[in-house]
Design a protein around this ligand. Structure first.
Ligand code: MN
Length: 721
């Protein structure tokens, strides 16, 4: 077991200015906190944090990370608190210890294997500081090294599976090959003990034959010296796991396993890599399809090397890797080594002591997600980790990924639209929260449903996912069409009452057929939406009643109706904020703004205020009189019954009954007509000007959509300015 003073010495070796006092404080605190606890191996618990810290010194990490390693189990396994650690080792260390604790609490169930990628993302997303992830990986490596002390076979296997599914891919992702390779072998040994020992046996047998490796190394060194190339040549057996994977992928038997040794040639610079490659290919026959140039095309995690396989000097297949010292460091320790390299070669040491030296490291991890090359990785410095995603759990432990900003209600619709429709309440981490609550990484979300719940339009403002929005819109549309069907029915019932005929679907079906509509309900909807008039239906049902009325008569009727309605219009408050008391407020006739449109007040010469639309062309004439401009807005406390006037110009196709169809539509949209005149009339068209009263811009939009749906309306525009 490593001792504290040895650990400190190791840190001082690569970082002479390290804060030794911090390391000692962390050590003493951890020792006291863990007290008499022991490991499954029977050793004092403290050996574990010390070994984890030691693993991190191999990556040459800073003293804060080493201190975090010493303390990493204190919050979870002892009475120690965040505040105590903050007091003794500072906020950064306390935050990191807390970060490691949070990661430890994520439980991965191997029945969720298909969700492994989401879990890995969750790990990355929750590693607020990349050093937290490095500590967690070292923690897992030491736990795997000592897994044989676990008593239950079942839990050994579970931990090994979890390591395979989550930790190894993470180590791979950040290029931490040293950890990755060792973890793979321990997992392999734990999960497939028989295969493991067979491979180890076979490897040892091949290796012991005639000192083959030594002979190949000596031969290669000789050839390199002839060419005056300075290089370091090593050879070693591949790991049992990588041999096993190859056997499975290539369907090989043990006897067919030949290239289980890999040689590595480390040279001084990049140019030499290709020189050595040329030498090898000229001396030996290369195996086709086995050459890979990861120098020109680095792996996304920054790995660079040349790989080739040849029939070697003694007739065996040999795999050879060629790389520089720097590439080797990255290959072994990934991004951490890259940082170390930078530190060694950085002219500006200040950059490394500002506490931000990990910012770039983190950026590399961010970039790994979707960059294709190492260059791209290094350039992607502004990305945030999974800024678009948030990961939450169902009460059963299933992990669900949602877009960032998603609410509890989004979650409900994410499970199933039926769950969304019935969503009555939401619990996050066992506490009730509003439906609109934004979810955070790691939240456990529970939906309480009730059959009596009815989604409303207001729900649209509580969700951000398309899935939820579409589902809510669909529901509202269905509800609306139900309302429309009932509307249409009652319109017809009223008309039929005079005839003493009862409304039945059978009676109406011929009309649906006439328009080629599949359902009778379409007739009711068309009536409600004023695409079809009651009159037209009645004329169809009772053709004998059709009276020949002229358009003049229609207009007369209309005028009578108008004067009727005019009398009913009230004189409630105009509903505008920001006006000056004592001045008379008028809505400008030129532009006729209606609530919902942006407006401006202009003080008129006659001691009044004219309310114009901000878009009104007439405003330009007041540009030189800024003192006459008033900042006004529509009041929220407007009288609901208050209506506002606006003018329309329409071009109508001269069909029979077109004017009554038009006016019916307007009235059905709950809009009053206050003025109406036929401006032009030809054989084909009517030009009609009309002034209407309505509530606000939405009401206006509604009217426009109804009018536009009429076949006889050729053109329609609002008259403004
Ligand atoms: Mn631990």
């Amino acid at each position: 077991m490593i001792r504290q003073y040895e650990l400190v010495e190791k840190v001082k070796k690569y970082n002479p200015n390290a804060d030794v006092a911090l390391l000692n404080r962390a050590y003493v605190f951890s020792m006291r906190a863990h007290g008499n606890q022991t490991r499954a191996s029977g050793e004092p618990y403290l050996t574990h944090p010390l070994e984890v810290a030691d693993l991190l010194t191999e990556l040459h990490l800073d003293e804060e990370t080493i201190a975090t390693a010493l303390l990493h189990d204190t919050i979870e396994d002892t009475l120690a608190t965040y505040e105590e650690i903050e007091q003794i080792c500072g906020k950064d260390v306390a935050d990191m210890v807390e970060g490691v604790t949070k990661l430890s609490k994520i439980e991965f169930d191997d029945k969720n294997e298909h969700q492994a990628e989401n879990y890995r993302k969750l790990f990355l997303a929750m590693s607020s500081d990349i050093r937290v992830l490095l500590v967690k990986l070292a923690d897992r490596l030491h736990n795997m090294r000592t897994i044989e002390f676990k008593k239950k076979e079942e839990s050994k296997r579970r931990i090994a599976r979890e390591t395979m599914d989550i930790y190894i891919p993470l180590a791979h992702r950040i290029g931490l090959y040293k950890f990755k390779t060792e973890l793979e072998d321990i997992c392999f040994k734990t999960l497939y003990p028989e295969e493991y020992s067979k491979i180890v046996e076979r490897t040892e047998f091949v290796m012991s034959q005639e000192n083959l490796i030594g002979k190949v190394i000596a031969h290669l060194q000789q050839e390199l010296q002839k060419r005056d190339i300075h290089a370091d040549v090593t050879g070693r057996s591949k790991t049992p796991y990588s041999i096993w994977r190859k056997m499975i992928n290539k369907n090989l038997t043990f006897d067919q396993l030949t290239d289980i040794v890999a040689y590595r040639i480390i040279v001084d610079d990049l140019g030499k890599c290709y020189e050595v490659l040329g030498m090898i290919h000229s001396l030996y026959n290369a195996l086709p399809g086995r050459f890979k140039d990861y120098i020109s095309n680095p792996k996304p995690n920054g790995y660079q090397s040349l790989h080739t396989s040849v029939i070697g000097p003694f007739g065996n297949k040999e795999e050879i890797q060629i790389r520089t010292e720097h590439m080797h460091e990255i290959a072994e320790s990934g991004v951490a080594a890259h940082w170390l390299y930078k530190q060694k070669h950085s002219a500006d040491k200040k950059e490394l002591t500002t506490g931000n030296q990990y910012a770039w490291l983190r950026n590399i991890i961010d970039g790994l997600q979707d960059a294709d090359s190492a260059d791209e990785v290094l350039e992607n410095t502004k990305m945030e980790l999974f800024r678009d995603e948030v990961f939450v759990f169902t009460p059963n432990g299933d992990l669900i990924s949602l877009p960032r900003g998603a609410s509890g209600l989004d979650f409900a619709f994410g499970i199933h639209s039926e769950v969304g429709y019935k969503c009555k309440a939401i619990k996050v981490n066992s506490k009730f929260v509003p439906l609109r609550t934004e979810l955070k990484n790691g939240n456990v979300v529970e939906i309480v449903t009730n059959n009596g719940v009815k989604p409303t339009k207001g729900w649209l403002s509580m969700v951000i996912t398309t899935k939820a929005k579409n589902a809510i819109n669909r529901y509202i549309k269905e509800q609306e069409s139900e309302v429309e069907i009932n509307d249409g029915k009652s319109m017809l019932e009223k008309a039929l009452k005079e005839k003493e005929v009862k409304l039945t679907d059978k009676l109406i079906r011929p009309i649906a057929e006439k328009y080629k509509w599949d359902e009778v309900n379409e007739v009711y909807k068309a009536l409600s939406q004023a695409r079809l008039s009651t009159k037209a239906v009645m004329e169809f049902l009772f053709p004998e009643d059709i009276k020949q009325i002229t358009e003049e008569e229609t207009i007369e009727q209309l005028e009578a109706e108008l004067s009727n309605r005019k009398a009913q219009t009230g004189t409630s408050k105009i509903g505008i904020d920001g006006i000056i008391d004592g001045l008379v407020v008028n809505i400008a006739k030129c532009c006729n703004p209606i609530p919902g449109e942006r407006i401006t007040g202009i003080i008129t010469t006659g001691k009044g205020i004219a309310i114009h639309s901000r878009m009104c062309k007439n405003l330009s004439q007041y540009e030189n009189d800024p003192e006459r401009w008033l900042d006004v807005s529509w009041s929220n406390q407007r009288d609901d019954e208050r209506v506002y006037r606006t003018k329309l110009r329409l071009l109508l196709i001269n069909n029979k009954g077109v004017l009554s169809e038009l006016t019916n539509t307007v009235f059905n949209a709950d809009v009053n007509i206050v003025d109406f005149n036929v401006e032009t009339q030809s054989v084909d068209y009517y030009g009609v000007n009309c002034e209407v009263e309505l509530k606000d811009i939405e009401h206006f939009g509604y009217l426009m959509s109804k009018l536009r749906s009429l076949h006889s309306v050729a053109k329609i525009e609002r008259i403004q300015g």
